[in-house]
Ligand binder design. Structure first.
Ligand code: ATP
Ligand code: MG
Length: 555
């Protein structure tokens, strides 16, 4: 144990709490990640996943995956499946089978009856609007419901009839009878059960009453033997209510310990599932896994690695106070990881033809390092020939003095190959350059051992042999919003970045691109990291830009 702990410089505050407990004799650590299956997971959830599963790992404990599936109106199997996939992809394993709050519906129902029998819960006939209007404010007590003093017999009869389906949605609800004057609004006779005539993804039509999250969550932790119920700060003032419920229904001493931490907020994006669902439904993005989305599935499709996300979660740490993390830190983590693991490839995104007039051969092979950051990655062969593509903006006819790329009369090295000098250009009738004619220094081939092969020139360009080039489609992604805090605005959609997706149809890559499989990531030299899209086929290769080589947004 202590070995594990020493790996990191310091413990986060939750680790410190648990470490202290262990020193005081506590023996087990059992956490859980409890998503509601009403949307796809996002990077904020990743923080919670890394924290909960990380605690279990660090302290040799266990971590459950539990779906808080108490609202059949918003929940779907599609979300359940995606959540399981995302947690696994991030590299975590939950204990045994995944759990569902709906597995506890019978037990929760029995506990609700127990509260009624003891005069601690009652059926209210008022509408939710009426109830809300009686809530009061933090400084002004609420008003008691006219139904608050129903007899136990009447309450139990009505609750059973609610369960039997005798009433319509909203006609009756079950409330806890606590204290309408409590300074904690959550204690003012909170709702326990509401009527929802809707099939549930697991319990089918067995129920038409469903427990509220607050009447489910603490008990679910209790049932599963959770020791540390880690959640975000907004649940801090729900804690007295969770405690109240457990104190009414449980007579043993064991309680899960709730510890709150600050949720992750990330700049240039929105993270509420409601807003993300809007973006999907209203087709601002292509789906939950659109590479611009802050979802885990979107990041996976974009080429982010689980390691980079876990590393990000570690870097941002765990705190008690909310703040906003700059998304460029996440991008930095992605870059840092891909730099180590992504092979380099040459691709020209905006090609213009370069012809080497004095090249006499047909073609030859040059050898280039796959990844200078990885000594085991080896070399690969690339075909070179008389006609190649270079980037259009790597050439200027009349270049300023500081332009170290190609211009008339100047030399550059073609990466891994020869030094070429531009001699003349051919243009179409609109004045666009269609061909750049060059001569090359025959002796300058990289690695050939000649004096000229060592010759230094100012610029090195990436290139692709024209007759070997593979056409690819490139999707250049940028940030989805052009405001650093779009969530602060009701009309957050007006801050969508109109340039968040640019499709380049006419890119040319070296033949090695044919060896990639969907979701493989490479570095296109001088351009950035790119990931093969899942919809790529042999006939159409689509590459998503994962991240640029440098932070283009840095001020
Ligand atoms: P909603 O957007 O519907 O309010 P939610 O984002 O809270 O939902 P849940 O499915 O309830 O989603 O979240 C599952 C777990 O992930 C909870 O424990 C929640 O506290 C945590 N979580 C959610 N968002 C973040 C975030 N931004 N940072 C850290 N943890 C988060
Ligand atoms: Mg929630």
């Amino acid at each position: 144990m202590s070995d594990n702990l020493q790996e990191k410089e310091s413990l986060n505050f939750i680790e410190s709490i648990i470490d202290k407990e262990i020193k005081e004799g506590k023996t087990n650590v059992y956490t859980r990640f409890p998503p509601e299956p009403n949307g796809y997971l996002h990077i904020g959830h990743a923080k919670s996943i890394c924290l909960n599963f990380g605690l279990a790992k660090r302290f040799n404990g266990k971590c459950n995956l539990r779906f808080d599936d108490t609202n059949p109106v918003k929940e779907e199997v599609e979300y359940v499946d995606s959540i399981k996939e995302d947690v696994k992809w991030l590299g975590f394993e939950w204990e045994g089978e995944e759990r569902y709050a709906s597995d506890y519906f019978d037990q929760l129902y029995d506990w609700a009856e127990k509260l009624i029998m003891e005069g601690k819960a009652y059926v209210d006939d008022q509408s939710s609007e009426e109830i809300a209007s009686q809530k009061g404010t933090p400084t002004k007590p609420g008003q008691e419901s006219p139904y608050r003093n129903r007899t136990v017999d009447e309450n139990i009869d009505l609750f059973r009839r609610m369960k039997a389906g005798e009433f319509k949605d909203g006609e009756k609800i079950l409330r806890a009878k606590i204290d309408m004057a409590s300074p904690n609004m959550h204690m003012r006779d909170p709702i326990m059960y509401r009527i929802i005539h809707k099939e549930h993804h697991r319990t089918g039509n067995k129920w038409c009453i469903y427990p509220m999250y607050d009447f489910t969550h603490g008990q679910s932790d209790y049932i599963e033997g959770i020791t540390h119920s880690v959640c975000t700060l907004e649940f801090e003032n729900h804690r007295p209510l969770y405690d109240w419920y457990l104190n009414q229904i449980i007579d043993t001493e064991y309680r899960p310990r709730q510890i709150e931490f600050a949720r992750l907020n990330l700049s240039y994006t929105v993270m509420s599932k409601r807003k993300l669902l809007e973006l999907v439904k209203e087709k601002y993005v292509s789906g939950w896994d659109d590479p611009r989305m802050p979802t885990i599935s979107g990041m996976r499709r974009r080429g982010y690695t689980p390691e980079s996300i876990r590393n990000f979660a570690e870097k941002i740490g765990v705190a008690k106070r909310e703040n906003v993390i700059d998304v460029s830190l996440l991008e930095f983590c992605v870059r840092e990881d891909l730099n180590k693991r992504a092979d380099r490839l040459m691709a020209v995104l905006d090609p213009v033809k370069l012809i080497i007039d004095n090249y006499e051969g047909v073609e030859e092979i040059v050898s280039v390092e796959n990844n200078p950051e990885d000594s085991e990655s080896g070399f690969r062969d690339i075909p070179f020939s008389k006609e190649i593509f270079i980037e259009r903006d790597d050439f200027m006819e009349d270049a300023p003095r500081k332009f170290f790329r190609l211009s008339i009369g100047k030399e550059v090295r073609l990466k891994g190959a020869y030094i070429v000098k531009a001699e003349s250009v051919v243009k179409d009738s609109d004045g666009n350059i269609t061909e750049i004619h060059c001569t090359y220094d025959k002796e300058s081939k990289s690695g050939s051992g000649t004096e000229a092969s060592e010759r230094k020139v100012k610029g090195t360009l990436h290139w692709v042999s024209a007759r070997h080039a593979v056409a690819v489609k490139v999707r250049q992604y940028d940030r989805l919003f052009n405001n650093d805090d779009p969530a602060a605005f009701d009309d957050y959609k007006t801050y969508l970045n109109p340039d968040s997706l640019k499709v380049l149809d006419n890119c040319m890559a070296e033949p090695a691109i044919n060896l990639l499989k969907p979701l493989d990531t490479v570095q296109f030299q001088r351009q950035g990291y790119f990931c093969m899209d899942k919809d790529s086929t042999k006939g159409e290769i689509i590459m998503n830009r994962t991240v640029t080589l440098k932070d283009g947004w840095a001020k």
